[in-house]
Design a protein around this ligand. Structure first.
Ligand code: THU
Length: 146
């Protein structure tokens, strides 16, 4: 597992917990924050945003990925997801796949709550044998009939 500088971990934790404070969670009351460290060392954060039409809500990781893309970030090095605790939060399946678009098996996924860091995985551990951008890398493959 790759090492994350202690100052980067602290920046991610601070940003993720602050993002939790913006969560729009009138239905689940389960506030989540996410913070992504990009290839420039910049941190992008987001919260979960629920909707009265329940399936239209989205996760904190999704908001944070959108913030990264809008700021020009192309690759995710680490993501720190914070929930209310005490149970350790873990990214949903859809978010694991969304993270896969911008990170490889080495992407660090860190779970936290207001008491601090709870657990760290790699994306490869959370989403083994994943389908990713490389599967679509040649146009020839995409246009060829089976
Ligand atoms: N949620 C996230 O934002 N990220 C996760 O990794 C797990 C779940 C949100 C979605 C919903 O707003 C609430 O938590 C309860 O499922």
């Amino acid at each position: 597992m790759q090492e994350l500088a202690p100052e980067d971990l602290q920046r991610l934790l601070t940003a993720s917990l602050a993002a939790r404070g913006h969560a729009h969670v009138p239905y689940s009351h389960y506030a989540v924050g996410a913070a992504v460290l990009d290839e420039h060392g910049t941190v992008h954060s987001g919260c979960n945003i629920e909707n009265a039409a329940y399936p239209q809500g989205w996760c904190a990781e999704t908001t944070a990925i959108g913030a990264m893309v809008m700021a020009g970030g192309k690759r995710a090095k680490a993501v720190l997801v914070s929930g209310p605790g005490p149970d350790t939060i873990t990214p949903c399946g859809g978010c694991r796949q969304k993270l896969r678009e911008f990170g490889d098996d080495n992407l660090l996924v860190i779970a936290a709550d207001p008491s601090g860091i709870k657990q760290t995985w790699t994306l490869g551990q959370l989403l083994p044998a994943s389908f990713g951008p490389d599967h679509l890398k040649t146009t020839d493959q995409n246009t060829r009939k089976p």
